[in-house]
Design a protein. Structure first.
Length: 189
């Protein structure tokens, strides 16, 4: 099995702590986030449907996954989840749904990952925790680094329509999102 798709089977499963209960129906804040395509993205101004998956962080090509990372429920699996969104990207496009990944990692680190994994969608950086603070997104601290807990927002014209949280296993999650989107197809203007 390739490194990009391997997730150990003995990982702790995240539990719903209610930290995302307030998000459904909320408007995305008007703020700019740096993207790996060199642009600034204001999520509040996106039209149509968009999937925004939040992930803790992806390791670089020469980093191994430390044991203390594996011990955090829901932390492991960012690369497999991102690759699964990549592999299903054409299906999201056929539904006219945009895709973004977002973490608190700086854009430079995300750009390396974006290139290495051949991702067809941009990764956004919330390194200053602007979106996390505005939306009160669930986070955790690992080695003095604030990381987003894994969750996915389905957004329609700047409003959060649906929240997936907690997510496990992360590599199967993009299929779950596609299923939900097909069952809840938006009326196109």
């Amino acid at each position: 099995m390739s490194r990009a798709t391997y997730i150990p089977t003995d990982l702790p499963v995240p539990e719903d702590d209610g930290a995302s209960d307030h998000l459904s129906g909320a408007a995305l804040p008007d703020l700019l986030l740096s993207a790996t395509n060199g642009k600034q993205v204001d999520l509040a101004t996106l039209s149509g449907r968009t999937v925004i998956f939040c992930y803790p962080r992806m390791a670089g090509p020469d980093e191994s996954v430390p044991d203390d990372w594996n011990a955090i429920p829901g932390a492991r699996g960012c690369t497999p989840e991102s690759c699964a969104f990549r592999d299903l990207y054409g299906e999201f496009q056929s539904l006219e749904v945009g895709v973004f990944g977002i973490s608190t990692q700086p854009t430079a680190a995300q750009a390396e990952t974006h290139t290495r994994l051949h991702l067809p969608y941009p990764l956004l950086s919330d390194s200053e925790l602007l979106l996390a603070s505005e939306l009160l997104l669930p986070t955790f601290v690992w080695r003095d680094i604030v990381c987003l807990k894994r969750l996915t927002l389905v957004v329609q014209d700047g409003m959060i329509e649906h929240v997936f949280y907690p997510i496990f296993p992360p590599d199967a999650h993009p299929t779950e999102v596609l299923t939900w989107l097909r069952e809840h197809e938006a009326v196109q203007d």
